[in-house]
Ligand binder design. Structure first.
Ligand code: GLC
Length: 643
């Protein structure tokens, strides 16, 4: 006998099929019953409404995603594997939120237990529950109204009101529940391309705006639905990318059923329809960062404690921590695997991915339930955090003094004690940098490879290094000093430059492959992106430089609304609306709102950044001690990295 929940008064319809057999794993608590509020009305066809085993049926005709990619809201659960644990909500999980690294030195950090989900898509269930901003108990979780939802006495300005209206209009629903925001929502744009999709990274500022406003429902739904998409069985030209990959974006599609009805399905894009087939490496990292922020800002820690959510975190980490041919603790990725999602010469170890990786590791360490099954993974996280922060602080950092050092480097040094470890030829220092680097301040370079330093300044990576404390306190301060000293270049007439400077002429031809969108001082090639304002604000607030954030906000406020909330601006100073920029770009709108609320709520902002963790610095798993003949370079450099 099968129980069928059919939501009939809504078009499109959303179906949930619940077989009444298989009561083996039935949760006792009535909290596990499907929430009748999920769609505004439903019919229940069942002879045994209070017992339900679940077996996943997906709205596709066969198991390979290449042939059919839709994810239907109709499903059965299969208890044989991952799904079987889904409803065992980990209420008893220990309070890990204040867990700090207790680092075991010399642990074999490759030796963590990997998790694999067998059966891929066939085990993907959908949690049928709906949450609202109000307090109520669902799925065994007490959802508290946001602790940060207190209305600040201040009246919203006209611009804020407009932004909220636009943001709400950008909300995408799935089966009647909000699940994300489209990338852009320009009513006059007849060719939205893929801007009508919910991008994982683009939703982050929307999520922060909603969370800071006390509206957690959309974020919770987003986190749970994207979790469903994570284990999608993916194939691109007969090749299956790693399990645990989060999509770059998804779309809610309507699929026609018989008898004039249609149902909604989630259709993820893992890069297979993106330009250049780019890998969405940053998606999973952002998902983890958002999950932690959701807990911090709503107080609903139950979500991150759920078994399926814990599994989701572990799957992402498995992908990031798996062995390859790497010589560095930084993540090795292809070009375009982050916010800059087309060829811009950032393949290898781009800073943006490293700083998001570092943040995601710190978030995971806070959120993972510490038990037998996770202890090796947590150890691996701690060791990676420590190696990663050393590597970035030591080798990515440049200021006037360091550039002068590189300028005088000897090359071809065959030794473990080489000063010029990556064999950087001093001629590589670009002419613009010699003039540009200020007396005070410094920054983390964009990328480091053997014999190659990418000296461009990449804003998101530098800002997120401040937010996550990937940089030392002094480095973090120095980055903001550099922004201040180079204000006209990095902020100009619209905050903030995505990177500085642009690549031009022959370099542009070689690096971008003659990309007509990424021409010098446009789009990803030195364009100015208003969405970066919220990250700048968070970094400034952390470093007590709110004055800088305020100054940048004032500049943005003069034009953003008048110009129709563009995606990006062009020219050296950001004077023009970008030549192919979308208008009513959601993350420009949401970035502005998040900036405003962060400034009004410093206590909430403080929940979103990290201070220095001295345990991370102390940890060195290297077996070389100071007493042996060979010296550990990290130990030698410790005094420096502890600054
Ligand atoms: C562009 C941006 C990317 C963003 C997408 C949707 O491709 O490079 O970062 O996610 O647009 O807005």
């Amino acid at each position: 006998m099968t129980a069928i929940f059919k939501f009939t008064n809504m078009k499109p319809c959303c179906r949930i099929l619940l077989p009444s057999k298989n009561t083996l794993f039935l949760p006792k608590s009535s909290n596990f019953l499907p929430n009748p509020n999920y769609c505004s009305a439903f019919q229940l066809h069942t002879s045994a409404p209070t017992s339900f085993g679940l077996k996943a049926i997906l709205g596709r005709t066969n198991s390979t995603w290449g042939q059919s990619r839709i994810f239907s809201s109709s499903y059965h659960f299969n208890f044989s594997n991952r799904a079987s644990t889904r409803f065992l909500v980990a209420r008893a999980a220990p309070d890990l939120r204040n867990f700090s690294a207790s680092v075991e030195s010399r642990a074999n950090d490759k030796n963590f237990d990997r998790i694999y989900v067998q059966g891929g898509i066939n085990v993907k269930p959908l949690q049928e529950e709906k949450i609202g901003a109000d307090e109520r108990v669902e799925g065994g979780v007490n959802v508290r109204k946001s602790e940060c939802s207190r209305e600040v006495g201040k009246e919203e300005s006209e611009m804020e009101k407009e932004a909220w209206k636009l943001l709400r209009n950008a909300v995408v629903t799935y089966c009647g529940s909000p699940v994300g925001t489209v990338a852009a929502n320009d009513p006059n744009d007849k060719t939205p391309l893929n801007y009508d999709q919910v991008f994982i990274r683009d939703f982050v500022p929307s999520a922060f705006a909603f969370l800071l406003k006390g509206e957690g429902e959309i974020v919770r739904n987003f986190l749970l639905h994207t979790l469903q998409l994570q284990s999608w069985e993916k194939t691109v030209d007969c090749y299956s990318p790693g399990q645990g990959l989060m999509p770059a974006s998804f779309k809610v599609r309507s699929v026609a059923l018989d008898d004039n009805k249609f149902e909604e399905v989630l259709d993820p894009d893992f890069g297979e329809s993106a330009i250049g087939r780019v890998a969405p490496v940053d998606s999973g990292l952002w998902w983890i960062i958002l999950l932690r922020a959701y807990g911090k800002l709503t107080g609903d820690y139950g979500l991150q404690e759920r078994v399926d959510v814990q599994t989701g975190i572990k799957l992402i980490l498995n992908l990031c921590l798996s062995d390859g041919f790497d010589m560095f603790p930084t993540l090795l990725v292809t070009d375009g695997s982050c916010m800059i999602d087309r060829r811009m010469g950032i393949h290898g170890h781009p800073l943006e991915i490293q700083s998001l990786f570092y943040s995601a590791l710190r978030c995971s360490r806070e959120m993972l339930a510490l038990d037998e099954g996770s202890k090796n993974l947590v150890r691996a996280i701690n060791n990676r955090l420590s190696a990663l922060s050393f590597h970035i602080r030591e080798y990515y950092w440049v200021d006037l003094k360091k550039i002068n050092e590189i300028y005088r480097y000897k090359t071809e040094e065959y030794s473990t004690e080489a000063t010029n470890k990556f064999n950087i030829y001093p001629d590589q220092i670009p002419h613009w940098l010699m003039d540009w680097i200020p007396e005070t301040g410094g920054y983390l370079i964009g990328n480091l490879q053997p014999a190659h330093m990418d000296f461009r300044f990449f804003t998101l990576g530098n800002l997120w290094s401040i937010v996550s404390s990937l940089g030392t306190p002094r480095q973090n301060e120095a980055v903001l000093n550099l922004v201040e000293a180079k204000w006209d270049d990095l902020i100009g007439q619209m905050p903030l430059k995505i990177c500085y400077p642009a690549v031009e002429s022959e370099e542009w031809r070689i690096i971008t492959g003659s990309d007509p969108k990424n021409t010098p001082w446009s789009y990803h090639n030195g364009g100015s992106w208003p969405t970066l304002l919220w990250q700048f604000t968070l970094a400034c607030m952390k470093m007590n430089r709110t004055d800088l954030a305020k100054k940048a906000l004032d500049i943005a406020e003069k034009r953003l609304s008048l110009d129709g909330w563009p995606e990006y601006y062009d020219t050296r100073s950001g004077k023009f609306i970008g030549k192919q920029a979308r208008l009513y770009q959601t993350w420009s709108i949401a970035g502005y709102l998040t900036t405003k609320i962060l400034m009004e709520k410093p206590d909430a902002a403080a929940l979103l950044f990290w201070e220095e963790d001295y345990d991370i610095l102390e940890n060195c798993i290297c077996g070389l001690s100071s007493s042996t003949r060979k010296k550990c370079s990290r130990r030698l450099a410790k005094s420096q990295i502890l600054i």
